[in-house]
Design a protein. Structure first.
Length: 192
């Protein structure tokens, strides 16, 4: 029986509606909402990873310019996906949400072995976080309706890369939810 967590990468004002927005970011909000509502109902941890940079000193800003500045509106999670009090929020300063954060420690303490990864951008922070998960031995599932990139081409390339090089399972959201529902129900029956 797998122990799941849902990871929501960078669904922030900056990347949904700001200067560095992914073209289809708004359109994936309802799918992510559906998934996190399902997860919360069934006790699957929901973990937000949040780009939060220091003005001036952050190395990443040399490439992208100042973005998602800590304390600014751009680094806020969009209101449609506001975390609940039981969710976890992990700040990050690099693409990969495992790099220099406590994400791995948190997942280990929660006993998680399988990540359902969502958010933006498919080929940047999502892909790098999935690679970080692969390096640390986590199984990864990516529902394509729950990730987006600046262009459809980058989105497609990101999905292919994660499938081919991290063994990520790309499963459409409805199929995944049905599968999880059956799996979680049978585990309840086993316990009884
Ligand atoms: Zn950044």
């Amino acid at each position: 029986m797998s122990k799941y967590a849902v990871i929501v990468v960078d669904m922030l004002e900056e990347f949904v509606r700001g200067r560095l927005r992914a073209e289809k970011a708004e359109s994936i909000i309802p799918s992510i909402k559906k998934l996190i509502d399902f997860a919360r109902e069934r006790g699957i941890p929901v973990i937000y990873t949040v780009d939060q940079h220091y003005q001036e000193i952050d190395f990443e800003s040399r490439l992208w310019g100042p973005h998602a500045i800590k304390g600014g509106r751009e680094s806020h999670i969009v209101c449609e996906l506001s975390p609940s009090p039981k969710d976890y929020v992990v700040p990050k300063r690099r693409y990969d949400a495992f790099e220099y954060t406590d994400l791995d420690l948190l997942l280990r303490e929660l006993g998680v072995d399988t990540l359902i990864v969502t958010g933006i951008h498919t080929h940047i922070c999502v892909q790098q976080t999935v690679m970080g998960a692969f390096y640390r031995g986590y199984r990864v599932i990516v529902p394509p309706e729950c990730v987006a990139a600046a262009t459809d081409e980058w989105h497609r390339i990101g999905l292919e890369y994660m499938r081919n090089f991290a063994g990520a399972e790309i499963v459409d959201l409805n199929t995944l939810l049905k599968r999880l529902d059956v799996e979680l129900r049978s585990s309840v029956t086993e316990v009884v």
